[in-house]
Write a protein that binds this ligand. Structure first.
Ligand code: FAD
Ligand code: NAD
Length: 467
């Protein structure tokens, strides 16, 4: 029987990063993955395939709508959807194979099959042919991630009522699509199809899309996505979704509690994700879960059983790949006797629409609620020379600071390459910079980053130069 220092269940960004860090620290490490490919949700049916389709559909959209403005004339343009999906599959394949290579390079034993606890030091692995193996382990890290969530009446049938997984591999470009949920998945995948010509209509329970982000971002993104002809129905509560064979009928209650119906070819259910612990045998070792089904952990990501840890989507906090990675590194270093740290306030969030939305730190509402006196500064992307040159004039940067100390408390932006630019905010806030610190740093011209400096100028007084 194989004996390990650390065994990790789940090979997503939490699990595989934890495995590599454990191996780097000299621990004999195994990883268990129930699917044939490594990489978890993120690499197989999440971050990577969605970004591949977002990029392809954005190229098509630009070719169809913005190239002529740049003096590029194209004739007989049409999307080859089959090829887009094939390219997406290739990107996924290469990325997952990269993880296999990394496991091999770091001498990590990979076991394919469903892992479950026999006792606190024994894990059983059952492969797809039913063959059982037992592993002995000193420590275990649960990194089993999450699955799509849904509510009563909107159960996905994976044919017409679909989740993100099916939306990443459709056989046709739908003419019409209803998206339940105006969160990250709904808006990213909704915009993929809207760019390809699908009439996309979002039905959202809250009074704004991306309701957990700063409210300015939701308002601006709604304006941007309406230009893609996406329609929004806020404050609508979905009651039922019916597959009619040819399409779907979605029934919801509007803000006045009046029943309304929407018809479309497909309905994408994107109302969040739920932690995945099925088949793990948590009951065999007495690991506690929360009322939301998450594995309960303390500040060291340790479960109620002291040699078993849990990380990523299966525990509390943002369901993001980089958060899972941070936690994977944290636990590996903790097990190896180091003193790691994670600043949960500084985990950035990004929505990969175009333009992108990115955010770090507190929203204006959160700062207001905390009672701290604050100031805000903002700057519109359209006032930048760089934006006019590229044609990406939509969006803005918004910085929230402590009124007394000028320390940056929140950093929110919507604009071209916001996903990359947000790191200026993360670095600044990690070092507890003031808005004045950002103003004093030279930003290259012409770049989108100049909007950050100008927003910081606005936050420190009425001194932005270019508005
Ligand atoms: P997962 O990636 O879910 O991996 C868990 C793994 O554990 C899976 O492979 C599963 O098969 C395996 N497993 C489960 N149970 C067992 C068992 N008993 N035995 C063996 N193996 C098991 N996040 C971002 O930060 N950026 C993005 O752009 C982004 N885009 C996304 C797009 C979509 C469409 C979706 C659905 C998600 C996206 N996410 C994104 C979220 C991101 O995918 C997750 O936060 C991340 O994958 C969580 O990592 P994890 O390691 O906790 O779990
Ligand atoms: P989400 O939490 O981002 O959005 C769900 C939306 O559905 C919310 O706006 C919510 O108000 C709405 N909603 C809930 N119940 C509803 C109902 N009955 N009717 C109508 N609307 C309803 O969840 P998601 O978009 O499904 O994404 C799941 C997770 O995956 C997120 O936590 C996110 O962190 C992660 N993810 C991240 C990225 C990224 O980082 N770019 C991309 C995709 C997914």
């Amino acid at each position: 029987m194989s004996k390990y220092d650390v065994t990790i269940i789940g090979s997503g960004p939490g699990g595989y990063v934890a495995a590599i860090r454990c191996a780097q620290l000299g621990l004999k490490t195994a990883i268990i993955e129930k699917y044939d490919t490594l990489g978890g949700t993120c690499l197989n049916v999440g971050c990577i395939p969605s970004k591949a389709l977002l990029d392809s559909s954005e190229h098509y959209h630009n070719a169809a709508h913005t190239f002529d403005e740049h003096g590029i004339n194209l004739k007989d343009l049409s999307p080859d959807f089959k090829k887009m999906i094939e390219r997406k599959n290739k990107v996924v394949d290469q990325t997952c194979k990269g993880i296999e290579f990394l496991m091999d390079k770091n001498k990590i034993d990979v076991h394919h099959g469903v892992g479950s606890f026999v006792d606190k030091n024994t894990i059983k692995v059952i492969d797809s042919e039913g063959k059982e193996t037992e592993l002995k382990t000193d420590k275990t890290i649960i990194a089993t991630g999450s699955k799509p969530n849904f509510f009563k009446g909107m159960e996905p049938d994976k044919e017409r009522i679909i989740t993100s997984t099916e939306a990443l591999s459709l056989k046709e470009i739908p003419k019409t699509m209803i998206v339940i949920g105006g969160g990250v998945i709904g808006l990213e995948l909704g915009s993929v199809y809207a760019r390809l010509g699908t009439k996309v209509e979002v039905v959202e329970f809250a009074d704004s899309i991306i309701p957990t982000m700063d409210e300015t971002m939701g308002k601006e993104l709604t304006r941007v996505l309406k230009k893609l002809k996406m329609k929004f129905n806020m404050k609508h509560k979905v009651q039922n979704v019916e597959n009619t064979g040819e399409g779907v009928i979605v029934t919801a209650l509007d803000k006045k509690d009046k029943e309304v119906q929407f018809e479309a070819d497909y309905c994408l259910v994107a109302v969040g994700r739920k932690p995945y612990t099925e088949g793990l045998g948590l009951e065999n070792v007495g690991i506690k879960t929360t009322d939301r089904g998450q594995v309960e952990v303390n500040e060291n990501l340790q479960t109620s059983v002291d040699n078993i840890y849990a990380i990523g989507d299966v525990v509390r906090g943002a369901m993001l790949a980089h958060k899972a990675e941070e936690e994977g590194t944290f636990v590996a270093e903790k097990i190896a006797g180091q003193i790691p740290h994670i600043n949960y306030n500084l985990i950035p969030g990004v929505v990969y629409t175009w333009p992108e939305v990115a955010s770090v730190g507190k929203t204006e509402q959160e700062v207001r609620d905390s009672g701290v006196e604050y100031k805000t500064g903002s700057f519109p992307m359209k006032a930048l020379g760089r934006s006019r040159a590229s044609g990406d004039i939509q969006g803005l940067v918004k910085i929230i600071t402590n009124k007394e100390t000028d320390e940056i408390l929140g950093f929110h932006m919507i604009g071209a390459r916001a996903a990359d630019l947000i790191m200026e905010g993360v670095v600044a806030m990690e070092y507890r910079a003031s808005a004045e610190d950002l103003v004093r740093m030279s930003h290259p011209h012409p770049t989108y980053s100049e909007a950050v400096r100008e927003a910081a100028m606005d936050a420190t007084g009425d001194r932005a130069i270019h508005v």
